[in-house]
Design a protein around this ligand. Structure first.
Ligand code: DI6
Ligand code: FE
Length: 410
């Protein structure tokens, strides 16, 4: 008789395991057993063995999904940009706001002035909103510090989030996000600083899981991003990029050349660059919250990505400027309504493909034997309900690495 820590019975499972032929990888009238934080067994109740020593949990006929994965966020930052939002709605342009020190620069200023404790406290309010919706893995980017001291501060806060909450955190270094005031006319000098001193020091402190860039006219050129990627490669760190958000600089091809994890935004991705993504197994991360907040009209080439078979993930891009949205379920709804994803594609994009975008494809994002027991239980009659309604669903129970999480008191 196999021994388990917990057996969850009387559930339907949306496994997102592509080897199961049913949509959503569904198993109805199912049982799932957990041992040592991992999934020990799952399948139809009729086939379930007896488990020794297990506590029983009655799922009351609810649906279980993998814990959700938000694979792109800037959740750690100081201040907010509500006044800027107000000014823009009164007709002031983004450029004019930026010239007065607004935009990313104002968040950099507020972040530099914040203590680690303040940043943690403000990030937790947003993180708790994500947790309440069933998120069990969160990517957190740096990029509002833009010097060693402040990038380190942000990444330490990201680390803290996984210590004070039952949550897995992936830390992404986004030093090449914006040009700080002190390097105003010297972008190449700033890249020198990043590759020569900031990255090596952060690697030494074990604060980087992946390296990101903002490859854009208002960010950094492909040549400058290449230098950051080359340094990442020397540390064997995977790369990803904010690319083709506002224009087509061929950032996606650069990420593919470095066999990166993901290309994010990609509203301006050219269709003939798609084969490069496919060949290098790069995930396309869609960020409909930024598209919505900026009131954009140019959409990512979803039909072409789908027919090519490029995996698509969906994330919040939670940040104070272009996506002040602390709801992954809303992003899923937006990806369906604005970009035309099916609910199954959207949910796969916040589970299996989001795990790939974070280099976690072998342990998270699917309900499968041997995977982490990150689980969310929902009182719904079909998984599509999670994408269809807005602010209608919270999981009734969440487990992170096999441990139940109290979402009301996380
Ligand atoms: N793209 C974005 O949408 C965010 N960063 C980036 O590279 C914007 C961040 C901000 O405005 O604070
Ligand atoms: Fe972003």
């Amino acid at each position: 008789m196999p021994s388990a820590d917990q057996v969850i019975h009387n559930i339907h499972i949306a496994s997102f395991d592509p080897s199961r032929p049913s949509s959503y990888g569904a198993i109805t009238d199912a049982v799932l057993a957990v041992a040592n934080g991992k999934i020990l067994w799952l399948g139809a109740a009729d086939d379930a063995p007896e488990f020794e020593g297990a506590s029983q949990f009655d799922g009351k006929g609810q649906w279980m999904t993998p814990g959700l994965i938000d694979c792109h966020s800037h959740v750690v930052y100081g201040g907010n940009r509500a006044r800027e939002f107000e000014a823009r709605l009164k007709g002031e342009s983004y450029e004019s706001i930026s010239r007065k020190g607004g935009g990313i620069a104002s968040t950099v200023k507020a972040t530099r002035l914040s203590s680690e404790a303040d940043l943690l406290q403000s990030a937790l309010r947003r993180v708790d909103a994500l947790l309440a919706e069933g998120v069990t893995t969160l990517e957190v980017k740096s990029g509002y510090g833009l010097d060693l001291e402040n990038e380190m501060k942000m990444l330490r806060v990201a680390d803290q989030l996984s210590k004070v909450r039952q949550l897995s955190v992936r830390k992404t270094f986004l030093g090449a996000h914006a040009l700080p005031e002190e390097f105003k006319l010297n972008a190449d000098g700033f890249i020198d600083l990043l590759v020569d001193s900031v990255m090596p020091a952060l690697v030494k402190e074990n604060l980087i899981d992946a390296v990101d860039v903002f490859c854009e006219g208002i960010g950094f050129s492909p040549e400058q991003c290449r230098r950051v990627f080359e340094k990442a490669r020397s540390f064997k760190l995977p790369v990803k990029g904010h690319v083709e958000q506002l224009s087509d600089l061929k950032g996606a091809r650069l990420v593919a050349e470095f066999e990166g994890l993901s290309v994010d935004h990609i509203e301006y991705l050219a269709e003939d660059d798609i084969p490069h993504l496919l060949a290098a197994s790069v995930v396309a991360v869609l960020l409909p919250g930024a598209f919505y907040s900026l009131n954009e009209t140019r959409k990512p080439p979803v039909d072409a990505l789908r027919s090519a078979g490029v995996p698509m993930a969906v994330a919040t891009d939670l940040n104070p400027g272009t996506s002040p949205i602390a709801s992954l379920l809303l992003a899923l709804n937006q990806s369906c309504v604005l970009f035309g994803l099916t609910p199954e594609e959207a949910l796969t994009g916040a589970t299996r493909h989001a795990a790939s975008a974070l280099d976690l494809a072998d342990s998270k994002g699917q309900l499968k034997i041997g995977f982490d027991a990150d689980l969310a239980l929902w009182d719904i009659s079909h998984p599509s309900e999670l994408c269809y309604g807005v602010n209608m669903h919270k999981p009734s129970q969440v487990w992170h690495c096999g441990k139940p999480r109290d979402n009301n008191n996380v």
